[in-house]
Design a protein around this ligand. Structure first.
Ligand code: ATP
Ligand code: MG
Length: 438
């Protein structure tokens, strides 16, 4: 698959070169190739102007003409082909005000952020590496191209990118680059939250989320987000113990990771939701993360009220064994309230949390809950083998809010096993319930 990508990428280079234009693979793909990592995509830089690129290929899309980028569409893969450029003036520490097309590859590499991202690969397989990127790959260093102060003043997002690359590749930030980062942290206030959160997503969901949390905290960058977030990551105090212990990498799945992060930081569902809104995370992700934390708080509430010592890290009172019916009841009520999928996700979350926070009472509970969950027969009103219309007709009533409440009661009854999910029994039960509620 990747061979096909490289072959087609080479075809793009060849076509450009035969037409008399210099062309190279550049940026992330060169870095990843030298590291022997799989390539995500191949970016191409060329001396050809966008119009010339568009004329040379049968299928293209004008992706970002003003920045010099044309997407070339080959049989299987697409390639972003960008004209060598210089970013003349930067506007307010974020994006270049204007770009200037140039004919010199080295100048194009100079505008890039880090040495490991500022290499090019020629069609003959040779590397063009004016800033020592290959050496830094060997020494495992993230080093800004040229003067780090200038680089971060031009585009403050680069500071977050630097931490992200350090985490993703297990590299250190070269001391002068790190010092410049600390010094220019306040410039992050000029960067759009969307760009910030795209970087955070990659860090939290990436290879070394625990290190990302530590570096973010130590760098002070979170104190300078355009939209301030009130969380321990932006505080000067040491991080709360659960998150400082660092076990995020053991949770898999983006939403679980984020939920784990917030839990580890000691934030509840509401606090997490506020933070994610400020980060401009997608509504869907925000909802799922908040829901996980809500299920968690709800289950913990049940457990705490029962007082069996499950939730207590160090049990002093005599533990009370949890009867199967009680555990099943919580699980069934949880499914009706939050949906089975959310409770299932919560089980993975709870298993992680038990380990990360050393809550020894939880693992047996979680194991038993997996079994309870499978036994819950319904989660939504539409799972009932009777419709609202049937119930209304049976009770000679007009549909209204009462009907929704009644169906919910039936749902809970079925979930708890008090009545079978079967039409006649449900209608019988509806009559009794309706009478009781009169
Ligand atoms: P990945 O896609 O794995 O995150 P990448 O290096 O491919 O890493 P992209 O954001 O896809 O990163 O950018 C491609 C290349 O463009 C980079 O390798 C770098 O040379 C350059 N680049 C991207 N963003 C910036 C920036 N903010 N400042 C300077 N150069 C940048
Ligand atoms: Mg890329």
């Amino acid at each position: 698959m990747e061979e096909t990508m490289e072959r087609e990428g080479k075809q793009v280079l060849d076509r450009l070169i035969r037409a008399g234009h210099e062309a190279y693979f550049v940026g992330g793909c060169v870095r990843d190739k030298l590291l022997g990592r799989p390539l995500k995509d191949i970016d191409i830089a060329t001396a050809a102007l966008p119009e010339q690129v568009m004329r040379l290929f049968a299928k293209t899309a004008p992706t970002g003409l003003q920045h010099g980028t044309v997407t070339v569409i080959m049989d299987t893969y697409t390639f972003e082909v960008t004209t060598f450029r210089k970013e003349s003036e930067y506007e307010q520490y974020r994006k270049p005000k204007s770009v200037e097309f140039i004919s010199d590859l080295n100048e194009d590499l100079r505008r890039r952020d880090f040495t490991i991202n500022a290499m090019a690969l020629a069609a003959d397989g040779s590397t063009i590496d004016p800033f020592g990127g290959a050496e830094d790959l060997r020494s495992k260093l993230i080093r800004a191209v040229g003067d780090p102060h200038e680089r971060f003043r031009e585009d403050a997002l680069r500071m977050l990118r630097g931490i992200r690359f350090a985490c993703e590749y297990g590299f250190e930030l070269e001391p002068a680059t790190w010092d410049a980062l600390i010094r220019h942290a306040p410039l992050l206030a000029h960067v759009a939250m969307e760009r910030v959160s795209a970087e955070l997503d990659k860090m939290i969901e990436g290879r070394a989320p625990d290190r990302a949390v530590d570096l973010l905290h130590r760098s002070g960058l979170p104190r300078h987000f355009k939209q301030p977030i009130d969380w321990p990551l932006s505080a000067r105090e040491p991080l709360p113990a659960p998150i400082a212990r660092g076990k995020l990498e053991r949770v898999s799945g983006a939403e679980l990771r984020w939920a784990a992060l917030f839990a580890g930081l000691g934030m509840d569902a509401d606090a997490a939701q506020t933070a994610m809104k400020r980060l401009k995370c997608s509504g869907k992700k925000t909802e799922s993360v908040a829901k996980l934390l809500r299920v968690d708080a709800w289950m913990r509430g049940k457990v705490a009220a029962f007082g069996g010592g499950i939730g207590a890290p160090a049990e002093t009172a005599r533990p009370r064994p949890l009867p199967d019916e009680t555990g099943y009841e919580w699980t069934a009520l949880g499914c009706v309230q939050f949906g089975k999928a959310a409770v299932r996700d919560w089980l993975s979350f709870a298993a992680w949390r038990a380990e990360a926070m050393d809550e020894r009472g939880w693992p047996p509970f979680v194991r038993r809950a997996a079994d309870w969950l499978e036994r819950v027969p319904v989660e939504r009103v539409t799972d009932l083998n009777v419709s609202g219309g049937d119930v209304a007709a049976e009770l000679n009533g007009k549909p209204g809010p009462w009907l929704g409440d009644l169906l919910r009661d039936l749902l809970v009854d079925v979930a708890l096993g008090k009545v079978p999910n079967e039409r006649t029994s449900l209608l019988e039960r509806a009559k009794i319930t309706a009478k009781r509620e009169d």
